[in-house]
Write a protein that binds this ligand. Structure first.
Ligand SMILES: Cc1cc2nc3c(=O)[nH]c(=O)nc-3n(C[C@H](O)[C@H](O)[C@H](O)COP(=O)(O)OP(=O)(O)OC[C@H]3O[C@@H](n4cnc5c(N)ncnc54)[C@H](O)[C@@H]3O)c2cc1C
Length: 648
């Protein structure tokens, strides 16, 4: 029997459920996305028009929140060009205007000022907060604050970062050594909490958590090993006997014993076929229940499931099938991947990498926050009213969507650019000597239609990966302790993963001490469209609108149902134990990563992101899109390159 809304706690006053987050957008969804959303916004007070004094503490629908994207959608979908009378309140001319206040845009401002210390810089950002994906979520619990991350999560393999990125992070005061003591790697293991797989009632007829890891590698969240042998774990799974047999076969599979071993000498072939095809066509997996188990195990990473991820990438990241094969010996890329010294996955601030954005903003605008190091940034009080002060060398203007960037005359000889943005329904123009576009690269052709056609086309192809990071504040985590789990893989559910937060205590911030303390549970979803023969990019495009039109109420019901089924046996009561929910939706999430997807469209000499990022007169192009990788070091490196391009 499905739980009733009351049992789930849907009537509890936990969050700000305004009209726009609920019914309004749902009703509007029957119309075209642009009209619907524009009408909904026009008829109501959107958050962009009600500047929050401290956005990280807002709950409900965050990430690309209502009020942040409508203007850009009107431009992109309806081709709107007329924004009414244009005002020019800022006197004088900026040395640099940056479009986009994510890590790349903030870094561009930093690099520019490093070369021209007296430069006047304006950063325009369409959200009510800075940081782009590097977003901080806060929750209040009694007299204290819980900190979570809404996007950009951790530094991954920072020892491999470029000199430029390492230097910037050092300048900001980040010492990677410090994370070794800040991150308590024994926290969950010492309490006997490990990984599990959650089989839900909707798909499997019963709610059951089986304590095991689906992936051999356990570095993501260090946790206790399963108390069950593989055979015992598989025996507990509510799947058919055939599926159990196949699964055990897959676990013990050695590629060199397969009749088809020759395919492991063909990296090019493994880059072309999907992992699902490898399983079904070459590794004798037939049972849909086995395929379903693995379908989304890595989709939070690749943005698509095993039907659209190359077999090669899945093998590289540890899905079954590589053991005993000769692939590592024959292919340089894989050998490199296996041999390189991998840093532990511990380089995480309590707000993820939002602290990098905060460190950058504090450096650029010292009046916005006190402090001087990576410890005090964690709890530094930010005064958002100080971000955009007349007369300051650097100004950061939130809630401002850029709709036009245009040279004063011919791009090859112009002395400056004019940048028009919409804020509070008013069109405003500023003038600048140079401009860095650090926004999603795919929107640039709409802002700058004078770009050469080939460059516009390349930029437009840089479709991003839609993702959701939901954070749920729980009164305590006794149920997790009772079930012996810190993280779960959830086949078939909207959120494919759920886990207790990373145990990081830094500065004066202390992570939960024991199961009676409140905690943030992190749930992630990649919006895939599996098994319809769609390519990764087609899946991303198809999923984007569905995400924008999904209401907060429907997220909330999904999250409450999910946690009730997952944790019910441990004594969890969603109506009693859930204190707040923040859903960070990212219809434009990761930059498209040609590296792991081996997209044939990205196989020519000059990748689309390289063709797209060429300097155009006084306009430079940054953002992680410009490097074709969804990583913070890429965002920083591309900011540096764009500034160098402009000042060359
Ligand atoms: C859920 C998630 C998890 C991630 N986890 C990690 C991780 O663990 N490690 C890692 O290294 N990377 C991670 N990433 C990748 C992340 O994208 C990069 O690390 C980095 O934060 C990207 O920064 P950026 O400035 O290039 O882009 P963005 O963060 O996208 O910033 C661009 C900004 O420009 C704004 N903008 C767009 N158009 C306009 C306009 N017309 N006018 C004004 N502003 C505009 C956008 O709204 C946005 O705020 C993650 C990404 C996501 C979505």
């Amino acid at each position: 029997m499905r739980p009733r809304d009351r049992d789930l706690g849907m009537d509890r006053p936990i969050t700000r459920r305004d009209f726009l987050q609920g019914v309004g957008v749902a009703t509007a969804a029957a119309m075209t996305p642009s009209r619907a959303l524009a009408d909904a916004v026009a008829s109501l007070e959107a958050p962009q028009r009600m500047p929050a004094s401290y956005p990280p503490a807002l709950t409900g629908l965050r990430g690309d929140h209502v009020g942040s994207f409508e203007v850009a959608h009107e431009l992109a979908f309806s081709g709107r060009r007329d924004w009414g009378a244009v005002h020019e309140p800022d006197e004088g001319i900026y040395d640099l205007v940056v479009v986009g206040g994510g890590v790349s845009g903030l870094s561009a401002a930093h690099f520019f000022r490093a070369q021209e210390p007296a430069a006047k810089v304006l950063i325009l950002e369409n959200h009510d907060d800075f940081g782009g994906h590097a977003k901080r979520n806060e929750f209040r619990s009694g007299g204290s604050t819980l900190i979570g991350y809404g996007g950009t999560q951790s530094f991954e393999n920072p020892s491999q970062y470029s000199g430029v990125t390492q230097e910037l992070l050092r300048e900001l005061g980040i010492e990677f050594e410090r994370f070794y003591s800040a991150y308590d790697r024994d926290f969950y293991a010492s309490r006997g909490l490990g990984w599990g797989v959650y089989f839900d009632r909707d798909r499997y007829g019963v709610d059951r958590v089986v304590r095991m890891r689906l992936l051999e590698e356990s570095g993501y969240l260090p946790a206790a090993p399963s108390p069950l042998s593989r055979e015992e774990a598989v025996a507990q799974m509510p799947i058919s006997e055939n599926a159990r047999r196949e699964l055990l076969q897959l676990f013990s599979l050695r590629g060199d014993r397969l009749p088809d071993h020759s395919i492991f000498r063909e990296p090019a072939y493994l880059k072309k076929i999907s992992y699902r095809d490898l399983l079904t066509k070459h590794l004798e997996v037939r049972e849909p229940e086995v395929l379903a188990l693995y379908q989304d195990v890595f989709s939070g990473y690749f943005g698509v499931g095993i039907d659209a991820t190359p077999a090669y990438s899945c093998l590289m990241y540890g899905l079954p099938g590589l053991k005993g094969t000769s692939l590592g010996r024959v292919d340089g890329l894989l050998r490199w991947w296996q041999q390189r010294s991998r840093d532990p996955y511990i380089f995480h601030f309590p707000d993820g990498l939002a602290s990098v954005a905060r460190l950058l903003v504090r450096r650029l605008i010292p009046a916005a926050a006190p402090g001087s190091n990576m410890e005090d940034i964690v709890t530094a009080p930010f005064d958002y009213a100080r971000l955009d002060t007349a007369g300051a060398s650097v100004r950061l203007r939130l809630g401002s969507t850029v709709v036009r960037v245009q040279h004063d005359g011919d791009p090859s000889t112009a002395s400056g650019v004019r940048v028009t943005y919409v804020r509070n329904d008013r069109a405003t123009r500023v003038r600048a000597r140079r401009c860095v576009m650090a926004c999603y690269n795919a929107v640039i052709p709409h802002l700058c239609p004078e770009l050469p056609a080939e460059q516009r086309e390349a930029l437009a192809s840089l479709v991003r990966v839609p993702l959701v990071y939901s954070n749920v504040q729980l009164r305590n985590w006794r149920a997790w302790q009772a079930l012996g789990i810190a993280g779960v893989h959830c086949p078939g559910r909207y959120h494919h993963h759920a886990m207790l937060d990373f145990p990081v205590s830094l500065g004066s911030y202390r992570f939960a001490q024991g199961p009676d303390d409140p905690i943030v549970v992190h749930m992630s979803a990649a919006l895939t469209r599996p098994n319809r023969g769609l390519s990764a990019r087609e899946q991303h495009r198809a999923a984007r609108y569905a995400l924008l039109e999904k209401t907060f109420e429907s997220f909330e019901r999904e999250i409450r149902t999910h946690l009730a089924g997952l944790l019910g046996a441990g004594g969890f009561d969603p109506a009693r134990d859930i204190q707040a929910i923040t859903v960070n939706r990212w219809p434009h999430g990761y930059s498209y990563d040609y590296n792991t997807l081996f997209d044939p469209d990205y196989a020519d000499d000059e990748f689309p992101h390289v063709r797209g990022r060429k300097r155009f007169g006084r306009i430079g192009i940054a953002n992680s899109d410009a490097g074709g990788l969804a990583y913070i070091d890429c965002a920083i490196d591309q900011a540096h390159r764009a500034v160098e391009d402009l000042l060359a």
